[in-house]
Design a protein around this ligand. Structure first.
Ligand SMILES: Cc1cc2nc3c(=O)[nH]c(=O)nc-3n(C[C@H](O)[C@H](O)[C@H](O)COP(=O)(O)OP(=O)(O)OC[C@H]3O[C@@H](n4cnc5c(N)ncnc54)[C@H](O)[C@@H]3O)c2cc1C
Length: 483
């Protein structure tokens, strides 16, 4: 196969195009991958810079044109240690979520929570407010200490309890480079994972007593009582084994259920049928239930309860071509948990109004419940339980999702940003709180005088960090790439 694919070229430092995931946002920057701390400190000197993890954020928060970009995810800051006494792990900025999980499982430990993809750097995921669902859903909630370099190359370590700590721990590019983070871990365990195709009205009863709840709403089903795919996790208990109740495979309901579960692939192959399949599924009113008991060492049990990673079970070439996260633009934000159902119905009605204009939401509306509150001021669940709502669209349609986000922020107070996926706009200022915006602003300016760390322009505007793009940066950003 190698002859077919060819040898991957090692990335070279220099002027290069930095793109967001799905390439909707891009800009030319001087990308550099320092080999060690000394090289990093040397490269900081006297010029504006930014940090990139794996560049997996959708909204371009990692793309800052015209300046020096430290590609930490492609550097060699791979240190990773587990301390059995404190049961914490400490890792550097090049370490990926998958690598951390693989190391932890050797010690019978796991991350407290994670997102549905593991190629991000741990530090990029923390900074972007990445979350899974269930208890302590925002990954940054598990951080106990971090070390970063200030604009003069001085090392600063902050620990839980330090007044600045909660601002630095989830800081979306306003503090950096972050050189290491220490995270709490938990013992590996087995879970009872239940998945239903059902209606929203049944969710409360079916998820009663569950520790973690997520739902994928079929966007063009009945907004009065939407069709959903509900997924709950409970600690595995004695006597409960796998179970499956599905319609007969050769019935219309069986076929529709099969297609619904593979909507991501079908959706990509036959976009014009997207809406009609969902209407048919809504009419057939399918009900199914599957139960799986997850393996304690399974790294992605939150999203794929079958043993091992999908890629370890069988090579799935189709995933890369069809999976929504590889083919769609994804926008997400957090809403207060008690208003989730209302927001979902609102989105369905708004999306329906956009259909005559040719816009159809892709795949499903995903709802991940974060049932507890975080004390990190910029976490999605700061101040109270929240639900993360994920919307998907074909890449060419991404701006419709920004319009839907704006509609939600206009009608529902308390909507908070997902730093790696929301369109970062001023609408979020009220929900973030002036005192917290001022505190992070002060922390940033204390450590980073102008001309040093330069966050993304949307963040600069939201936090009033000065001219979002100085004239020189605009000139550089709009100049054609050097030969
Ligand atoms: C396929 C896919 C699936 C995803 N699934 C989920 C999910 O389930 N849940 C979820 O919440 N999100 C999810 N995301 C979003 C993703 O987890 C976040 O956007 C995350 O921040 C990306 O991490 P990264 O390493 O690529 O960081 P980047 O996107 O490169 O950077 C993110 C931010 O971190 C900063 N940063 C990175 N490294 C450093 C450093 N060393 N020091 C200081 N600042 C730094 C950057 O400046 C930027 O502000 C998904 C993304 C993809 C592509």
């Amino acid at each position: 196969m190698k002859w077919l694919i060819g040898k991957a070229k090692a990335p070279v430092d220099g002027l290069a195009r930095v793109t967001s995931w799905m390439k909707v946002f891009f800009g030319d920057a001087h990308v550099t991958r320092p080999v060690d701390e000394a090289a990093l400190v040397k490269a900081l000197g006297g010029r504006p810079y930014s940090c990139i993890g794996q560049s997996h954020s959708y909204n371009g928060i990692q793309v800052i044109p015209g300046i020096t970009a430290f590609h930490m995810g492609e550097s060699r800051f791979d240190s990773l240690t587990y301390d059995p006494v404190t049961q914490t792990a400490t890792c550097g900025p090049s370490v990926k979520v998958l690598t951390l999980k693989q190391e932890l499982v050797k010690h019978g430990r796991r991350m407290l929570n994670s997102g549905n993809y593991m190629e991000q750097t741990v530090i990029g995921a923390l900074s972007g407010g990445t979350h899974g669902y269930g208890p302590e859903g925002v990954i940054a909630q598990s951080v106990t200490a971090l070390t970063f370099l200030d604009g003069h190359g001085q090392k600063i370590t902050l620990k839980q309890g330090d007044p600045d700590f909660p601002y630095a721990a989830l800081s979306f590019g306003t503090i950096g480079p972050i050189l290491s983070v220490t995270l709490r871990t938990a013992a590996t365990a087995s879970y009872q994972s239940d998945a239903w195709v059902t209606r929203l009205s049944k969710k409360a009863a079916l998820s009663k007593g569950a520790m973690a709840v997520t739902a994928a709403v079929v966007p063009y089903s009945d907004p009065a009582d939407p069709l959903i795919m509900l997924h709950t996790l409970r600690p595995a208990s004695e006597g409960k084994g796998a179970r499956k109740t599905t319609p007969p495979p050769f019935s219309l309901a069986g076929l529709t259920e099969f297609l619904l579960r593979r909507l991501w692939a079908f959706d990509r192959l036959f976009p014009p049928l997207r809406y009609w399949l969902q209407r048919a599924a809504n009419r057939l009113d399918i009900r199914t239930h599957r139960r799986v008991i997850t393996a304690p060492e399974d790294l992605d049990y939150l999203y794929d309860p079958e043993p091992l990673l999908k890629t370890q079970r069988a090579p799935d070439l189709l995933t890369g071509f069809f999976a929504t996260t590889f083919t769609a633009y994804n926008l997400a934000f957090f809403v207060p948990l008690e208003r989730t159902d209302e927001v979902v119905r609102f989105l369905m009605l708004e999306a329906e109004k956009l259909r005559p204009l040719g816009f159809v939401l892709k795949s499903l509306i995903s709802v991940r419940e974060l049932p507890d509150a975080s004390d990190l001021p910029f976490a999605g669940n700061f101040g109270g339980p929240a639900a993360a709502i994920d919307l998907f669209a074909d890449v060419r349609d991404y701006a419709w999702l920004e319009r839907l986000q704006r509609a939600v922020t206009s009608y529902f107070p308390g909507v908070r940003p997902h730093w790696g996926k929301s369109a970062i706009v001023d609408d979020f200022a009220a929900a973030l709180g002036e005192e917290h915006i001022n505190a992070l602003r002060a922390l940033h300016l204390r450590h980073y005088p102008p001309g040093t760390l330069t966050p993304n322009e949307a963040v600069r505007k939201l936090f009033d960090l000065g001219d979002p793009a100085p004239a020189s940066a605009i000139a550089k950003a709009t100049a054609p790439p050097e030969a």
